[in-house]
Design a protein around this ligand. Sequence first.
Ligand code: ZN
Ligand code: ZN
Length: 355
Amino acid sequence: MKAAVIRNYNGEISVQDVEVERPRRGEVMLKIIATGLCHSDLSAYEGKIPVPTPFVAGHEIFGEIVDIGEGVTNFSVGDRVIMAFIKPCGKCEYCVKGQENLCENYGKNVLRGKMLDGTTRLRLRGAELNILGGGGFSEYAVIEETGLAKVPNEISDESIAVLGCAGLTGYGAVNNAMPIFGKRVMVIGVGGVGMSVIQWAKIAGAREIIAVDISDEKLKNARELGAKIINSNITSKEQVENESPDVVIEVAGTTKTEEMAVNVVKKGGKVVFVGLPNVNEAVRIYGASVVRKGITITGSYGGRPRIDLPAMMEYVKKGIFRPDLLVSKRYSLEELPRALRDLAEGRIVRGLINP
Ligand SMILES: [Zn+2]
Ligand SMILES: [Zn+2]
């Protein structure tokens, strides 16, 4: 089968012939319909998320099951499914507590470019090929069933793929910010995850949503969803701080915007960190101000695939959450380098890659 292989960080991406093994116990094989392009794919390509090369990226997968391994009980051949970027083991302390998003065994393997069992099903000229999340920039992928959710027949739009990362991360973030009924919510960074946060926050009952970004184009999308918009490049720090929202959800993932989130939140308010800054960058937070303002700062990583995805699907089915609003453009597998460039230069929110 064909797959887009990243051989070196920032290097050439070649679409190559790759062997794919049959699914093992608890796994299924998908024929990929579409895979979303996420900022983490770009970070992995640039080596900022250091998945060992060579690897196949792509972790927002929508596909049809064509083969199932032993012991798979929840899915059958022919089911259309999406994949969450988190595949929980179901056995560790966190999974047992219902915190699938913090699964220890997933966390151990994902940055090594492996599946839950520490290997992958892809071979390039006989050698094991790594994956980021699922290896979705290819024609087929083998995935653990714990990370999958069925797509109801009523949903035909391929943009459902973005539920697996942007949709799920936004849902998890709003869940962590609850309750937000009647509150003013600021969202810093309105790319794919930010656009997802805005939609879930509206659904959860936010009174007003204030979107902050440095791209007028992205802010335009946020305004179409009814948000008040602020371009932090042209608005003074004092003006932004005057907004004093009850809840701030920080998605941009820079130390500068994390500091902004802590400074801008109202007394007694809550800050949710969702964006991922570089691992070795520290943020400057004044303890005295946290104490005097009585604020809460919390982190939010992804969401719970088996609990959250089926619930999210209901909102999509009813047209209440719109994944298509996150997708700006479609590309072929061969066009992945161009899609990565478009994402790096801020020209798209999410791209969809069709094999
Ligand atoms: Zn992602
Ligand atoms: Zn686990």
